[in-house]
Design a protein around this ligand. Structure first.
Ligand code: A2P
Length: 319
């Protein structure tokens, strides 16, 4: 069983496993394949699992956890690091606590390790994905974050954070937060390295978790560009590693935790093979020089009548 290193979790004094298992697959739904893959991941040594109310995988993950405990694959829930995310229709101050309780019911757990605001935007209550853009609303960051803090005080979650926040939106949040976010979960891969955001978060004591480290291939938000990148292909061939392993290793070497989704046994195992070797200075330099392009531009949240009228506005110019 592979031992996955742990990293500090923001300024919480807690830790987060450096490599985690993503559960988002489109169309958003739990499945037997997903559950079988999670069980396989437990056996191989993954302990960090990422879910979200949006993905409809909380129940599947919860079932896999209780099965793994009853089969003795894991000893107790405390060995795990479980993340979920607040869906934007619940990003309203009075809906946050009930939404987290609902996530916990789905997961059949008493607490989350980490709960994140999924996107910096709200939606009329009750709306699921896909939604009509006319129902998008600006998020009141202050009051939603206060409700997230309440969840932590109530013990529903050990830590709280955000996802898809720019430096500017983090500044807004930090200006009123009593508990700073432990994590900002964002897209990071060799084609979208986000150096400025990483530096900003480091300075503020916020951990980064990388999603779509392989570009999220095969999803509605993803791209094949990462796994098809010639520079990465050449490095992988010279090194006797796969392109996916080069991507994951590169993210890990940036000192951030990384989530990778695979529902394929061979690839779940392959993705763990990143801890016993290093990228050379020359390989790191080549990766640094790859032209940068964001994979997911958040077009679902851009609308003439909504709070963000352009991709530029959503990411505050970080595109
Ligand atoms: P699959 O579930 O069939 O393995 P990301 O983590 O960047 O969002 O990427 C997830 C996508 O990449 C999924 O489509 C997943 O498909 C695929 N994937 C995961 N691991 C690997 C790998 N080692 N090699 C190639 N594709 C992979």
């Amino acid at each position: 069983m592979e031992r996955i290193p742990i990293l500090a979790l923001g300024s919480t004094g807690k830790t987060i496993p450096a490599l985690g298992f993503g559960t988002a697959a489109y169309p958003f739904a739990g499945s037997e394949t997903a559950k079988g893959s999670i069980l396989e991941a437990f056996k191989l040594g993954y302990r960090h699992f990422d879910s979200a109310a949006l993905y409809n995988t909380e129940q599947t993950l919860g079932q896999a956890i209780s099965e793994a405990i009853s089969l003795g694959i894991i000893k107790s829930r405390d060995e795990l690091f479980i993340t979920s995310k607040l869906w934007i229709s619940d990003a309203h101050k009075d809906l946050v606590v009930p939404a987290v309780k609902n996530s916990l019911r789905n997961l059949m757990l008493d607490y989350l390790d980490l709960n994140l605001i999924h996107f910096p935007i709200s939606l009329k209550p009750g709306q699921i994905f896909p939604f009509s853009k006319e129902n998008l609303l600006p998020m009141d960051i202050k009051s939603v974050w206060e409700a997230m803090e309440e969840c932590q005080k109530l013990g529903l979650t050990k830590s709280i954070g955000v996802s898809n926040f720019s430096c500017k939106k983090l500044e807004i949040l930090l200006s009123t937060a009593k508990i700073p976010p432990a994590v900002n979960q964002v897209e990071i891969n060799p084609l979208w390295q986000q150096k400025n955001l990483r530096d900003f978060c480091k300075e503020k004591g916020i951990s980064i978790t990388a999603y779509s480290p392989l570009g999220g291939k095969g999803t509605i938000w993803g791209t094949n560009r990462v796994l098809d990148c010639e520079v990465l292909k050449e490095i992988a061939e010279n090194k006797g590693k796969t392109i996916a392993q080069v991507c994951l290793r590169w993210v890990y070497e940036q000192g951030v935790s990384v989530l990778v989704k695979s529902f394929n046994k061979k690839r779940i195992e392959e993705n763990l093979g990143i801890f016993e070797w290093k990228l050379s200075p020359d390989e790191l330099k080549k990766i640094d020089q790859i032209p940068q392009q964001r994979g997911y531009d958040a077009y679902h949240f851009i609308s003439d009548q909504g709070p963000y009228k352009s991709v530029q506005e959503f990411w505050d110019g970080e595109i």
